[in-house]
Design a protein around this ligand. Structure first.
Ligand SMILES: Cc1cc2nc3c(=O)[nH]c(=O)nc-3n(C[C@H](O)[C@H](O)[C@H](O)COP(=O)(O)O)c2cc1C
Ligand code: SF4
Ligand code: SF4
Length: 407
């Protein structure tokens, strides 16, 4: 119950407050998942940080239902939703690609959503449209039970010509207008993008965040976890890492550099999904924070400030603080204020007099471990409190940036 207890302590967090209101209607299973992963999408607790990514002509509700036991979310589609993209889909099908072809895509989408509505999976619709109005019309008709995923990923020429897929990665104005059109219907929005297409993925991630999207679903191609770290350091969106994440080792690499979830498409078979689900569930049970970052000096993303020392020596912390634009004094005050009144606010026998400055559980340290024991905590609880600290740091960094009109 520790995680729930922490949430109730954080009365200042708007979203925690809103979510707390909903806790009373959560069933026990959802509470257990929430304690384990702390993941919520579209007001639904996500049971495991694993998703199925869309494959046109293949991933529909039937495909997802067969794998439902081992996933937290699924993006069905892609579905073409207006005349230009439907024509593009037909052209692609004629050239031999598998596609979902429907004369009335809206009717089909409603059927698919109905099939998924009784499950505990958060459903997403991967959509291909050529105007913001086309996406808005689907949201207007289907409502807010699903996530709307803009396909800014497809690299097939007919789809790009129709003004969809990769077109959005080179025409950011069109992407921003589409996100805004969906958000005007108060729905949860994901953008599925391919890394390395836009001139600068960091700039793109910031634009997507500031336009109001909720999720960034990134096909990394062959860019690896360094790209996830870049994007994590650029925006506070929920990040889903994708591409060949078929082993626990690769999944862990994504989580320890900033991903909140991972998704699988080609290898989304039951066996692979079940193995990854079991492994991450076990890891979360043992370590508390399933996607804890590496220490900053070992290549960790910005969340790893939660594990950083006082700024007293020459190390990667100093240039990082300069890059994110906070002074050493602000950093010290931010961490001390954030742990005030929490179990991390103790540790006079540690290097800097407080667990606020202490390292990750994977770095052996008898002084930290002794303090944790004396505080009546287990190591996994220490890590859950570190997660809380990192969330406060992230709020501070990105709230300030969002309010900064010059950005
Ligand atoms: C046959 C096929 C169809 C795909 N269709 C779509 C699509 O409609 N929309 C989309 O965003 N991604 C689509 N993708 C991309 C996948 O969702 C995923 O990003 C990619 O396959 C890499 O992930 P993986 O290594 O887990 O397969 C498709 C991939 C394949 C193989
Ligand atoms: S402050 Fe400590 S943990 Fe952070 S980068 Fe420097 S040496 Fe590493
Ligand atoms: S007491 Fe141990 S865990 Fe804490 S900062 Fe020092 S070395 Fe790191």
């Amino acid at each position: 119950m520790l995680h729930l207890f922490i949430i109730m302590e954080n009365e200042t967090y708007k979203e925690f407050l809103q979510f707390r209101k909903k806790l009373c209607v959560l069933n026990m299973e959802a509470m257990q998942y929430y304690e384990r992963f702390g993941l919520v999408i579209n007001n639904k607790v996500v049971k495991t940080p694993l998703a199925i990514a869309s494959m046109a002509g293949c991933v529909d509700a039937g495909y997802v239902l067969k794998r439902a036991a081992h996933i937290g979310a699924a993006f069905i589609g892609g579905y073409s939703i207006d005349q230009p993209t439907m024509d593009a889909g037909r052209e692609m099908a004629a050239a031999g690609r598998t596609e979902f072809i429907y004369d009335d895509p809206l009717e089909e989408l409603k059927k698919q959503v109905a099939l998924l509505s009784a499950t505990d999976i958060q459903a997403g619709l991967n959509l291909r449209g050529s105007t913001p109005a086309s996406y808005a019309a689907v949201a207007d008709s289907i409502g807010d039970s699903v996530v709307y995923e803009i396909d800014a990923h497809c690299r097939q020429e007919p789809m790009i010509r129709a003004g969809c897929g990769e077109f959005y990665l080179r025409n950011h104005g069109a992407l921003v207008s589409t996100i805004e059109a969906l958000k005007s219907h108060d729905v949860t929005v994901s953008v599925k993008m391919r890394a390395g297409v836009a001139p600068d993925d960091r700039v793109l991630a910031k634009k997507i965040w500031k336009a109001g999207a909720d999720i960034l679903h990134v096909d990394l191609m062959d860019h690896g976890y360094q790209k996830i770290r870049q994007i994590r350091n650029s925006c506070p969106l929920l990040i889903i890492a994708n591409n060949s994440i078929n082993t626990f080792e690769r999944m862990k690499d994504m989580f320890s550099h900033g991903a909140d979830m991972v998704s699988l498409a080609r290898h989304s078979d039951e066996r692979t999904l079940a193995g990854l689900d079991a492994a991450i569930t076990r890891y979360a049970g043992e370590h508390g924070w399933y996607n804890s970052p590496k220490q900053l000096c070992r290549g960790g993303d910005v969340r790893s400030l939660a594990f950083c020392c006082m700024p007293v020596k020459s190390c990667p912390l100093i240039p990082t603080l300069e890059k994110i634009g906070i002074s050493r004094d602000e950093y010290i005050a931010l961490k001390m204020d954030s742990v005030s009144g929490t179990p991390l606010d103790q540790g006079k026998h540690t290097c800097f007099g407080s667990l606020a400055w202490c390292c990750k559980d994977s770095s052996p340290c008898m002084f930290r471990d002794m303090t944790i024991r004396q505080a009546g905590m287990e190591s996994r609880e220490y890590m859950i409190h570190k997660r809380e600290l990192s969330e406060k740091i992230m709020h501070r960094l990105f709230d300030t940036e969002k309010n900064d009109e010059s950005c």
